[in-house]
Design a binder for this molecule. Structure first.
Ligand SMILES: Nc1ncnc2c1ncn2[C@@H]1O[C@H](COP(=O)(O)OP(=O)(O)O)[C@@H](O)[C@H]1O
Ligand SMILES: [Mg+2]
Length: 402
């Protein structure tokens, strides 16, 4: 008898087409809805190609977290470098994350590594390093585009020497070739207030503001990232919509990519080739927050029973949303078993509205008039299995055993 663990594992078909394409550092070929920003950057940096070393660009990029600032600048760097190479120009972008390289000193070392990979991490003064940078720029035929990402971290620590120096390094070189440009990425422009007036005015000349994606844009972007990383038909339109709804409030695409990765892992661990709504709920929240326990504890038995029906129908049907009519059958049955009178339709409507106010469910009303009133009920971010168990337990404490 042989143990073919590896053969088995290797033969198992994965839901992933290419897992690395969901990685935070992956730069996709396309960035839907950031074309405008890419084109704006290209216009600003065009002079570096047209009149090499005659201009020094300083650009500031701003906008909320997770809306593609970093990835857009990274893709732009690649495009710029390629265009320069085509023309035998040496333009080199250096991306630095100021959250990682906390100090001016460390950032300068990182920049200098471009010229000398073995530059020691200590032993020099900040001024020494700045001097090295100037010498290197003078002696080589390169134009550096220094990208200071998460710039707020540097400014927040009262360590602005570098920014001050980098914005001036060219200014003292009248008629000399200009060898350095700067792109700063900052979430909140108010950080700039801490800088000296002339640095502010230099940086503020070109600001590109990234606005958050709309709901439809989020869905499309996630759809695209799924297309390149996950096998076909594993995510349905409904499951993509569900993820979009979960992340919509913060509009952070990174959260969406995490959910895609985690829910796909969960599906895979169950040997499934598609992702179910429940996989997404579990991916989004391993644990039920304390607040939900608290909310449920104070609901009346009648409300809990109705909520339980909703949970059961979502869970059993493996659906991401159900209508009230769909739930009613299970609800009547449940009431019958418990020997309780079912609540009236309009009473249940009131319950639904209360559940929504408490953020236990999402309600989307399709048609408004009372008679044909139709609404979809969703539970987005709580795993149903856990929710069900909690409701069972609370009902049990009230003497209702299901
Ligand atoms: N338009 C887009 N198309 C594809 N992926 C995107 C897009 N915008 C953002 N992303 C992805 O979302 C994640 C967060 O983007 P990022 O650039 O890190 O945001 P920020 O720097 O604004 O916080 C990254 O993994 C990025 O690849
Ligand atoms: Mg970023």
């Amino acid at each position: 008898m042989s143990y073919d663990y590896f053969e088995d594992l290797l033969n198992q078909q994965s839901v992933f087409k290419d897992e690395s394409k969901l990685d935070i550092n992956f730069i996709p070929e396309k960035l839907p809805y950031r074309e405008k920003e890419l084109s704006l950057l290209s216009q600003l940096f065009l002079s570096l190609l047209k009149n090499p070393n005659k201009t020094s660009r300083k650009v500031l990029i701003t906008g909320k977290t997770g809306i593609g600032k970093t990835v857009t600048v990274k893709l732009f760097s690649r495009i710029l470098k390629q265009a320069a190479e085509k023309r035998n120009l040496n333009i080199n972008p250096i991306h630095i994350n100021c959250r990682k390289e906390r100090t001016s000193y460390k950032i300068l070392v990182k920049i200098l590594q471009f010229f000398n990979p073995n530059i020691p991490n200590r032993g020099y003064s900040f001024q020494d390093l700045l001097g090295f940078l100037e010498i290197n720029l003078n002696n080589t035929n390169v134009h550096l585009v220094i990208i200071l990402d998460e710039l707020g971290y540097l400014i927040g620590q009262n360590d602005e020497d570098l920014l001050y120096s980098l914005t001036r390094i060219n200014d003292e070189r009248y008629n000399e070739p200009l060898k350095l440009s700067l792109i700063g990425i900052i979430r909140d422009l108010t950080y700039l207030d801490k800088l000296d007036v002339s640095t502010i005015s230099t940086l503020q000349r070109n600001i590109i503001k990234f606005s958050p994606y709309s709901f439809d844009q989020i869905s499309e972007i996630l759809g695209y990232r799924i297309e390149v990383s996950i096998i076909e038909n594993a995510f349905s339109e409904e499951t993509i919509e569900m993820i979009s709804k979960i992340i919509w409030r913060n509009a952070d695409i990174r959260h969406g990519l995490d959910l895609i990765w985690k829910s796909a892992k969960i599906a895979e661990s169950k040997n499934r080739r598609y992702i179910s709504p429940e996989d997404i709920r579990i991916a989004n929240q391993g644990l039920i927050p304390f607040s939900i326990h608290e909310k449920l504890k104070y609901l009346s038995s009648a409300k809990l029973i109705f909520l339980l029906s909703i949970v059961r129908q979502l869970k059993n049907g493996n659906k991401n949303k159900v209508t009230i009519n769909y739930v009613l059958e299970d609800y009547s049955l449940l009431c019958e078993n418990l020997e309780r009178t079912p609540k009236s339709y309009s009473q249940l409507w009131n319950y639904l509205q209360e559940f929504e106010r408490e953020d236990l469910i999402n309600l989307s009303i399709v048609s408004g008039n009372i008679i044909g009133r139709k609404a979809f009920i969703e539970i987005l971010d709580t795993p149903l299995l856990k929710l069900k168990k909690i409701i069972y337990n609370i009902l049990k404490t009230k003497g209702i055993i299901i």
